[in-house]
Design a protein around this ligand. Structure first.
Ligand SMILES: Cc1cc2nc3c(=O)[nH]c(=O)nc-3n(C[C@H](O)[C@H](O)[C@H](O)COP(=O)(O)OP(=O)(O)OC[C@H]3O[C@@H](n4cnc5c(N)ncnc54)[C@H](O)[C@@H]3O)c2cc1C
Length: 374
């Protein structure tokens, strides 16, 4: 390949999605990753796509959310058409539960905010809950259920399959990959980056560069003298395997959730742990997560745990992602720090960053996400 128009550093869902958008617009793109693409947070996540309201959001983050929500079904369809891979996008609905008075009060506040966004919400009685999800009968009849709501438009995708689809689609569009290449620094000349330099001193030149290295983006910004507040936040996950799906909806209680897949696998997550760059699971936490799942979904008592893992979410100090052009460097862009929402926000991130890199109007004000905000 001749010098690419854009070198994307980090082949997670953000980098792959951006490559997909840019390549569809005719740009020559290369993705560089220090390992196989799509093996970090983007693989580890649950793939929950939260419900959003209609297209009237004011804050740019809400505008990104609405745009992503709208794009997901189209991306799922076009990826399927291009690759034959079903990424598991389903509008399965979500149920929000509370089993204590404190949790019910917090949930009431959250539901109030969602109603202000005009998200469709049904309040559920225990009988309605059992009708919707018979596997929740023991919970509904336990006397501990304090509140239950249904959000019919909450959705999910199966992130490992989504990543496979993006990988195939981008390759088919001519995107090139430098895998096993760890970027350590940059060659800078007259306010522009000329090349990314690997740990082994390989030189990767490009017209422009986009840093999409997830939780590791902070380390990449250091050689560019750009301070930022991206930090790794570990999340652990347990996966059960059932003979058939024990429920249809995603269940949410506080920061934890249960996500049923079509093939009977059920994910239970997750935790938020600020423990640096280590991804070990811990037996106590896995046991707590498994117990949480069994308390909500009775059939999980009879299911085996097939696998467990942990991933590092790219957290940010103010809860907003970093999206935009790097300060003082004309041809460097950043798209990172999506914390718990990177899979969800990936199509909108790709579209707005694609427009920015091509010199078009982003149509969403990116100033709250400015990469130079410290
Ligand atoms: C347990 C868990 C559950 C989650 N659930 C959800 C969910 O339900 N819904 C949702 O929307 N989001 C969820 N998330 C969050 C979501 O997974 C992340 O926000 C998203 O995957 C971030 O994508 P990314 O591409 O920025 O980072 P990553 O997927 O981490 O990719 C970064 C890539 O950069 C590469 N890299 C790093 N440094 C370098 C370097 N120096 N040189 C070359 N390559 C480098 C890495 O190898 C990696 O491939 C969850 C995350 C976890 C951990």
């Amino acid at each position: 390949m001749t010098t690419p128009d854009c070198l994307i550093i980090g082949g997670g869902v953000i980098g792959l999605s951006l490559a997909y958008d840019l390549a569809q617009h005719g740009l020559r793109v290369r993705i560089v990753d220090r390992q196989e693409a799509g093996r970090e947070a983007s693989w580890a996540g649950a793939g929950i796509l939260p419900a959003t309201g209609p297209d009237e959001a004011h804050h740019p983050l809400d505008q990104l959310r609405v745009l992503s929500y709208q794009l997901h079904p189209h991306w799922a369809a076009s990826l399927f058409e291009a690759t034959g891979i079903d990424n598991g996008y389903r509008q399965c609905g979500g149920i929000y539960l509370a089993r204590s008075h404190g949790e019910a009060a917090a949930l009431g506040g959250l539901i109030g905010l969602m109603r202000e966004e005009r998200i469709a919400i049904d309040r559920l009685t225990p009988t309605m809950l059992i009708d919707l999800e018979p596997a929740l009968r023991p919970l509904a009849e336990s006397g501990y259920l304090r509140a239950a709501y249904r959000l019919p438009t909450e959705s999910q995708l199966r992130n490992p399959d989504h990543l496979q689809a993006l990988l195939k689609a981008t390759r088919d569009l001519g995107v090139e990959f430098s895998l096993g290449t760890h970027i350590a620094s940059f060659e800078i000349e007259q306010g522009q980056v000329r090349a990314a330099l690997s740990e082994k001193n390989e030189r990767l030149p490009a017209q422009s560069f986009c840093l999409t290295a997830g939780a590791w983006t902070r380390q990449l910004l250091e050689p560019l003298a750009l301070p930022n507040g991206i930090l790794p936040v570990k999340g652990q996950m347990v996966m059960f395997r059932c003979q058939r799906p024990p429920l249809q909806h995603i269940l949410n209680e506080g920061p934890r959730y249960v996500v049923p897949r079509d093939d009977g696998r059920v994910l239970v997550g997750s935790t938020e742990e600020e423990v640096g760059f280590q991804k070990q699971t811990t037996p106590d936490t896995l046991q707590e997560l498994a117990e949480f799942g069994r308390q909500l979904v009775d059939p999980l008592h009879a299911a085996v745990i097939e696998k467990s893992w942990a991933g590092l979410r790219p957290g940010s100090f103010d809860g907003l992602p970093y999206l935009g052009q790097a300060p003082n460097l004309d041809n460097v862009y950043v798209a990172a720090g999506h914390f718990r929402n990177g899979l969800f926000l990936s199509p909108a991130t790709a579209v707005v960053m694609g427009r920015l890199i091509r010199g078009e109007n982003t149509q969403i004000d990116l100033s709250p996400f400015y990469p130079g905000r410290g």
